[in-house]
Design a protein around this ligand. Structure first.
Ligand SMILES: [Zn+2]
Length: 133
């Protein structure tokens, strides 16, 4: 295997920062073994393309819901009974949406969940990529 890990990764928009990687990796630790690597991969993949402020928000959300997600995975019946009417994926019920970045006709960015279709506008708190036009 070739080492592809460079020293870059901070500052560059779209690259996960080390602390965001650390946070989502930690968040996957309490998950049941059979789900752990899958969720870790998803959490990591979701960081790509996010501005660092968004990564902080995402990573802390993932971390704060890790134990809820764990109980949802280990005891699905308990949660399913409570919200049987909601056909949402368990991740979306915990507000851990799988965001993808999309662009509206006006040229602005927004995000949409791959699983439930929820849409959200990007909150710009830093010098994000400027779109000329
Ligand atoms: Zn969702």
């Amino acid at each position: 295997m070739t080492a592809l890990m460079g020293s870059r990764g901070t500052g560059q928009a779209g690259q996960p920062t080390w602390w965001a990687i650390w946070a989502v990796r930690s968040a996957a630790l309490p998950l049941p073994a059979e789900h752990r690597s899958r969720y870790r991969q998803e959490f990591l993949a979701e960081l790509y393309g996010m501005p660092s402020a968004e990564q902080l928000h995402h990573a802390s959300g993932v971390l704060s819901r890790a134990w809820t997600l764990r109980s949802a995975l280990t005891e699905p019946d308990r949660l399913l009974r409570k919200e049987a009417a909601m056909a949402k994926p368990v991740r979306c019920r915990l507000r851990l949406h799988r965001w993808q970045r999309l662009r509206n006709p006006q040229g602005g960015w927004y995000r949409e969940c791959r699983d439930c279709g929820k849409q959200d506008e990007f909150t710009r708190r830093g010098p994000a990529d400027t779109i000329g036009g």
